[in-house]
Design a protein around this ligand. Structure first.
Ligand code: SF4
Ligand code: SF4
Length: 420
């Protein structure tokens, strides 16, 4: 038995906390979670039933913490969890789960299966079974501050571009600002207009804000891979910058899991509450709107829909704010059949998009979103997560669909009444 395997099994034992034990013991094997998971609905393969993805963890729990399981293990009747089995299980735990949490919504006994998958990833990661793409991304994040290897010099180039394009000043390392603005790797590389949009909106609202040279990246691949120590280091950089600069609020960007990492997991990872607020950009936009500080004009008058990023709408509770904004800006806004907290995932969250091995499966499960878009007949979709946007743009290309995707913050900025 290898040392990494021992580490994995020991990590399994460590992650088996009270919620996991109660979830496994209360499962009534109804199978309802299968119908909620797009990996099952789009393939029809029972191995993608959410609770089944956790089978090695369930057996570890049974054999370590239940009387019957312990007896079965002692008498040799129980099948031990092996290193080979963990290797086989990698694609089920990493490729076919986006941590979207839809299964958790339908479980009649309240099992949070997404939480259980995250915990199982911690054991898998310790046993050396995390996918290469995610391991590389996390190593790059620790070394360079960004999972995509984006360096500060790249951010500086985008700052210059946005300052020239929009005629705004983008402050860096300013103390005592209202807001510290973070970005995801995708926003820095693919959608720098997000930075320009945030700057224009905050400037118009009369808010003070800043970027931090040592904490510009919100993406946290430590959370995706299941490595809490790395996740803590990445969150710690943001907390350190926010406290050093004495900002009032950190704005999580249009990135779903970054919001989960800094807003919900951050204080747990750091072991203490923060001395500043953390808000998603959509929450900030809504705050400004309610305070009368977001002055908008005109509308985008074409049929469009909104894709709810799982970590923002379902897991984060930010689903009314985008609708309030869209109802004001887009008279032809239409909801998809399953929207809000019961949205269907883009298929690439939870680290799946950084995992090359998962690409064919990711394209297969996009058929659910494709059907939703086709049912509405729209050619424009708005979202608030750059990862969803990249994943869906690739899949739309794959399926030769002529649908544009817009970021909601950019849409708001395009309708600012800058004369007021
Ligand atoms: S969290 Fe989402 S992707 Fe993962 S098993 Fe549940 S429904 Fe499927
Ligand atoms: S829905 Fe809940 S109770 Fe039913 S099989 Fe899935 S985890 Fe078990």
């Amino acid at each position: 038995m290898s040392a990494t395997f021992d580490r994995g099994i020991n990590a399994f034992k460590e992650v088996l906390d009270a919620p996991i034990a109660s979830f496994f013991s209360s499962c009534v094997h109804c199978g309802l979670c299968a119908e909620a998971c797009l990996f099952y609905t789009e393939t029809g393969d029972p191995k993608y039933t959410p609770i089944h993805k956790l089978e090695p963890l369930r057996r570890a729990w049974q054999q370590e913490y239940t009387l019957l399981g312990k007896l079965a293990k002692l008498t040799g009747l129980a099948k031990a969890v092996t290193d080979e089995e963990l290797a086989e299980w990698g694609p089920l735990v990493y490729d076919s789960c986006t941590l979207c949490g839809r299964c958790s919504m339908v479980c009649p006994v309240g099992n949070d299966i997404a939480y259980m998958v995250r915990k199982m990833r911690e054991g898998m990661s310790a046993a050396g079974h995390a996918p290469e793409g995610l391991v590389t991304a996390t190593t790059r994040a620790i070394q360079s501050g960004s999972p995509a290897g984006v360096k500060w010099v790249t951010v500086q180039a985008q700052i210059k571009r946005m300052q020239a394009e929009f005629g705004i000043e983008i402050p860096v390392n300013q103390e005592n600002a209202d807001y510290l603005v973070l970005m995801s790797s995708w926003e820095i590389l693919n959608y720098p207009e997000y930075l320009g949009a945030v700057g224009r909106i905050l400037n118009q609202a009369g808010a003070t804000w800043t970027l931090a040279q040592d904490a510009y990246e919100a993406t946290n691949s430590g959370i995706q891979i299941g490595a809490s120590d790395l996740a803590r280091e990445l969150v710690g950089r943001i907390v350190g910058a926010a406290e050093r600069l004495k900002v009032k609020c950190v704005i999580s960007p249009e990135c779903g899991h970054a919001y989960t990492a800094i807003r919900w997991e951050g204080p747990n990872l750091m072991g203490r509450p923060f001395g500043f607020e953390v808000k998603h950009i959509l929450e900030v936009l809504d705050d400004l709107r309610r305070a009368g500080r977001l002055k908008l004009k005109g509308t985008l008058d074409k049929p469009l829909t909104y894709h709810d990023p799982c970590q923002i709408s379902r897991r984060g509770g930010v689903y009314e704010q985008p609708r309030t904004l869209l109802n004001q800006l887009a008279p032809q806004f239409k909801e998809m059949a399953d929207s809000g907290v019961m949205n269907w995932c883009c298929g690439g969250g939870g680290g799946v998009s950084a995992n090359e091995r998962a690409e064919p499966l990711r394209m297969t499960v996009f058929k659910r979103k494709k059907a939703q878009i086709e049912e509405l007949g729209v050619k424009t979709m708005v979202t608030a997560c750059a990862n969803c946007r990249v994943v869906m743009e690739e899949a739309l290309e794959h399926y030769h669909m002529n649908v544009e995707i817009l970021g909601l913050t950019e849409l708001v900025a395009e309708h600012l009444d800058e004369e007021q």
